[in-house]
Design a protein around this ligand. Structure first.
Ligand code: TA6
Length: 291
């Protein structure tokens, strides 16, 4: 188990998984298989890159302005939001989206699984034991598990806060199970019934959809591709684009980058927060593919 660059090397797998030290001092894992390339930071168990060989554009968005500093969040890829989502409910001094994405996780194992590369991380922070398994291949898979290590009921929020790279915000729409989910508009605190139509972006959008949405499609007419997002163990989906004014306020995000990304986040937040008994484990799994 490791959480530093030196001992990470022992998890290397030839040319398929190599580790290097980022200029910031953070440890980066680089994946290259016959089917895809990928990248992750050990800090936050943060996947920052995934691109199948058959795709001419990355699947995940990573801001060109992102900071890479110990203890700071990376802007893009798949940040792990845990054990709370967005601002802490009572202590504004605590980091937005919780401590998981800015903590130094431990590498537990790396292995070939068929033609894929699978990496397992863990992180202990009372009263939780976290496990995160990611698998890079023709598709990307992630499994996030939370175990209650205390003697009483514990509750938490979580979100795999996935940033998708797109051709242009005007060229994408979201189809699938979200059509029939009610949602909370985080910008106005208004709640809406299901709209039964595709989701498109014409302004700042920040919505928490409530209910199982196990099949979502991000359709990009500009790049003529559809990204399929399948999940289990998730009863919240957050759809976000900061648009221009919020983009300008984010120092780790380019003013125009809102044109090239949208977030479709898989988790359990607000009324769908999770409560687990002592010794109980909850798992959320995610599959991303573009074929
Ligand atoms: O997922 C939507 C959201 O909660 C937005 O409100 C915005 O704050 C975004 O997450 C990014 O949060 P971050 O703390 O990473 O800047």
């Amino acid at each position: 188990m490791t959480n530093d660059g030196q001992s990470a090397h022992r998890f290397s797998i030839g040319e398929n998984l190599r580790f290097r030290e980022h200029p910031s001092g953070l440890t980066v894992g680089q994946v290259a298989t016959e089917h895809c390339v990928g990248e992750f930071f050990v800090q936050g168990a943060h996947v920052t890159r995934y691109q199948p060989k058959y795709e001419s554009h990355p699947i995940l968005f990573l801001s060109e302005e992102s900071q890479f500093e110990p203890g700071k969040p990376i802007r893009g890829g798949i940040p792990i939001c845990f054990p709370w989502f967005s601002a802490h409910p009572s202590d504004p001094s605590l980091p937005a989206h919780g401590w998981a994405r800015i903590s130094s996780w431990e590498l537990v194992s790396s292995q070939r699984v068929e033609d894929d590369i699978q990496i397992e991380f863990q992180f202990f922070h009372e009263p939780f034991e976290l496990g995160y398994i990611v698998r890079f291949g023709k598709m990307f898979r992630a499994g996030f598990s939370v175990t209650n290590t205390s003697a009483k009921l514990q509750s938490f929020e979580l979100a795999l806060h996935t940033y998708f790279q797109i051709s242009d915000i005007a060229s994408v729409r979201i189809e699938g199970d979200l059509r029939s989910c009610p949602f909370l508009d985080q910008l106005t605190a208004n709640e809406f019934q299901p709209e039964y139509k595709a989701i498109t972006f014409e302004k700042e959008t920040d919505r928490i959809y409530e209910g199982k949405a196990s099949e979502i499609r991000l359709i990009d007419s500009g790049w003529k591709r559809t990204i399929h997002i399948n999940s289990e163990g998730s009863e919240s989906t957050i759809v976000w684009n900061p648009w221009i004014e919020k983009s300008k306020r984010m120092k780790d995000f380019g003013d125009e980058e809102y044109l090239k990304m949208c977030c479709i986040e898989t988790g359990n937040v607000r009324r769908r927060a999770v409560a687990i008994a002592p010794g109980e484990t909850h798992t959320t799994s995610l599959k991303i593919r573009s074929y």
